[in-house]
Design a protein around this ligand. Structure first.
Ligand SMILES: Cc1cc2nc3c(=O)[nH]c(=O)nc-3n(C[C@H](O)[C@H](O)[C@H](O)COP(=O)(O)OP(=O)(O)OC[C@H]3O[C@@H](n4cnc5c(N)ncnc54)[C@H](O)[C@@H]3O)c2cc1C
Length: 420
């Protein structure tokens, strides 16, 4: 039996932003921490996201009415959602659960659980970055969502009502007010919502690498290796079997993003984790100067001014973990980016990227102990909000692993919610 009063030893599988923050908080508490990743730290989905810290995003992806909206999105080849025919069968069970989760009674509970994690999320990032001396990575810029007109915005009215109901500060803007915040937004966008207390990370990859470098300097061991299976002794997980050997630890933490459910399958867990493949284009020479993330909300495209240039990010593409990117999914980013920002220099050299959002059908992560096995902890499935929720999730899980009562009840995020 581990004595939780004294620091002990954990292996974290996955050096994305979620695993790195989990390592950060455990290491800060004096624990011996090893972080295993088959690649370089921060180079998974965490490398290329839109950088938005969206602490007011309490509306799950599956809202009532999504069943009516989805077919139109699917039929539009340049729409924000794509389920290619080769993946229809594979996606069906996940989509069914997604539809179930969009029932109004479920949405109310999910939204409350999202709020609990999101409310302290930006503070948690700021405190950690302050501790590391890199507070400049986080900026409170506000976030601007724009629509062609108020009628277009009314499709999302339930989501905006939920945000307000949960206390978010939301200001309604006309075109002139939009342009006073961001003068380069074009005339197609006549209506908007501004949320002044939202934030952004100016370079998500640099943030992950900064945390990893500080951890390595502080004695955390980074293992460049692939976890193959978890070692079990009775009802306790005792370590990790990897390509290169066996590692023993008092605690094993699965933070392997979209690959997490594969690792847990060996223990009998059937977790409906699906990758929603997302894309970005970063234009170093865009001709655009934004002061904050701007969302073309009718097209679900985020445009963020980052250290490396202007990043246009979006798209939800089902298609699994093994296929390469679909280059045509990048084209709408440029086309609708130009509609949003007519002065956008689309002939400039752009860097393209695809990443795997780890998504669960109820838009909540799996966060907490694996109830069937001692010594096993789970922190994955943060979907579209993984950057935002990474610091608070790492902080909460570290409290639970150390035997403290977490600041927030972790019950709504239990893996076992999918076993019923
Ligand atoms: C286009 C796009 C835009 C986004 N924009 C935002 C945004 O603006 N705001 C926001 O909050 N979120 C955003 N997200 C979501 C966010 O990026 C993800 O939720 C988050 O990065 C997930 O982090 P992670 O650490 O769980 O996963 P990852 O970063 O993918 O890390 C998982 C790590 O586990 C490793 N791994 C997996 N299996 C194994 C194994 N068996 N052995 C060893 N290592 C393993 C992988 O190599 C990887 O490094 C966006 C995502 C996309 C795709």
């Amino acid at each position: 039996m581990t004595n939780h009063a004294t620091p002990s030893h954990a292996i974290i599988i996955g050096a994305g932003i979620v695993g790195l923050y989990t390592a950060f908080y455990l290491h800060r508490a004096g624990w011996r921490v090893q972080v295993m990743d088959r690649g370089e730290a921060g180079m998974g989905c965490s490398a290329g996201n839109a950088g938005a810290l969206s602490s007011a995003s309490v509306a799950p992806l599956g809202m009532p009415g999504i069943v009516r909206q989805a077919p139109r999105m699917l039929l539009d080849p340049s729409g924000p959602l794509s389920v290619p025919p080769y993946y229809w069968l594979a996606a069906a069970p996940w989509l069914l659960r997604f539809i179930q989760a969009s029932r109004p009674d479920h949405v109310a509970a999910i939204s409350q659980a999202l709020k609990q994690l999101l409310e302290p999320a930006i503070d948690s990032h700021q405190q950690a970055m302050h501790h590391l001396g890199h507070e400049g990575l986080i900026q409170i810029t506000g976030q601007l969502h724009v629509y062609p007109d108020e009628k277009a915005a009314s499709k999302d009215s339930a989501g905006w009502a939920l945000r307000r109901q949960h206390g978010a500060q939301v200001e309604k803007l006309n075109h002139q007010e939009i342009c006073s915040l961001e003068p380069q937004i074009g005339p197609h966008y006549q209506f908007g919502y501004f949320m002044p207390d939202q934030g952004m990370v100016v370079n998500p990859l640099r943030q992950a690498q900064t945390i990893a470098a500080a951890l390595a300097a502080g004695g955390v061991e980074f293992l460049r290796d692939e976890a193959l299976t978890l070692k079990v002794d009775g009802q306790r997980v005792t370590g990790v079997e990897s390509r290169q050997g066996i590692y023993h630890a008092d605690h094993v933490v699965v933070c392997a993003g979209a690959w997490s459910s594969k690792l847990l399958a060996c223990l009998g867990y059937k977790i409906p984790l699906e990758t929603q493949r997302g894309y970005h284009l970063t234009l170093p020479d865009s001709g655009i100067a934004l002061s904050r993330p701007v969302v073309a909300a009718d097209r679900k495209i985020f445009v963020t001014p980052m250290e490396a240039g202007l990043r246009l990010a979006g798209t939800v593409e089902f298609g699994g973990l093994s296929r390469g990117p679909t280059p045509r999914r990048l084209e709408p980013l440029l086309r609708y980016g130009k509609l949003l920002l007519p002065e956008l220099n689309t002939s400039a050299q752009a860097q393209s990227w695809m990443g795997h959002r780890p998504c669960l059908p109820d838009s909540l992560p799996v966060l907490g102990p694996a109830k069937k096995f001692g010594g096993l902890w789970l922190n994955f499935g943060h979907g579209h909000l993984g950057l935002t929720m990474s610091a608070i999730s790492g902080q909460l899980l570290s409290q639970a692993i150390r035997g403290q009562a977490p600041m927030i009840d972790l019950a709504p995020y239990a893996a076992e919610r999918f076993q019923a």
